[in-house]
Ligand binder design. Sequence first.
Ligand SMILES: CC(C)(COP(=O)(O)OP(=O)(O)OC[C@H]1O[C@@H](n2cnc3c(N)ncnc32)[C@H](O)[C@@H]1OP(=O)(O)O)[C@@H](O)C(=O)NCCC(=O)NCCS
Length: 114
Amino acid sequence: MTKSRGGRIELGDVTPHNIRQLKKLNQVVFPVIYNDKFYKDVLEAGELAKLAYYNDIIVGAVCCRVDNSDNSRRLYIMTLGCLAPYRRLGIGSKMVEHVLKYVEKDGNFDSIFL
Ligand SMILES: CC(C)(COP(=O)(O)OP(=O)(O)OC[C@H]1O[C@@H](n2cnc3c(N)ncnc32)[C@H](O)[C@@H]1OP(=O)(O)O)[C@@H](O)C(=O)NCCC(=O)NCCS
């Protein structure tokens, strides 16, 4: 748990119960509409997809996948977003730290890109 400007930042799993909130969030933050396949994959992504909560409210999300092209294994950050009113509170950093930790623990990635 991270405390920032009086708020509590936590990361949580994406599940069938909150996937609609992830869709809404991505619609607000990004100019592109992600298709059903994107969200189907996200539901199976485990630690590679996380929602960010600020005082128990969903305000951000990160969605990644493993990219195995050009003879390398890379972590592709597909989306990394935070609602505008909640920016500069450390929520983006918390999500990036999670991804970095995942990659470090795995030990088999050549790089990370977005
Ligand atoms: C990118 C994004 C996720 C950052 O989220 P965030 O929660 O605001 O990030 P943090 O608060 O952890 O910021 C970490 C540091 O990044 C830098 N930073 C973040 N936003 C910045 C900005 N607009 N201008 C300059 N520096 C910035 C600062 O150094 C900041 O640290 P500080 O606040 O202590 O100065 C958010 O701005 C966003 O959702 N943007 C729109 C979507 C997007 O472009 N995503 C990336 C491509 S997928």
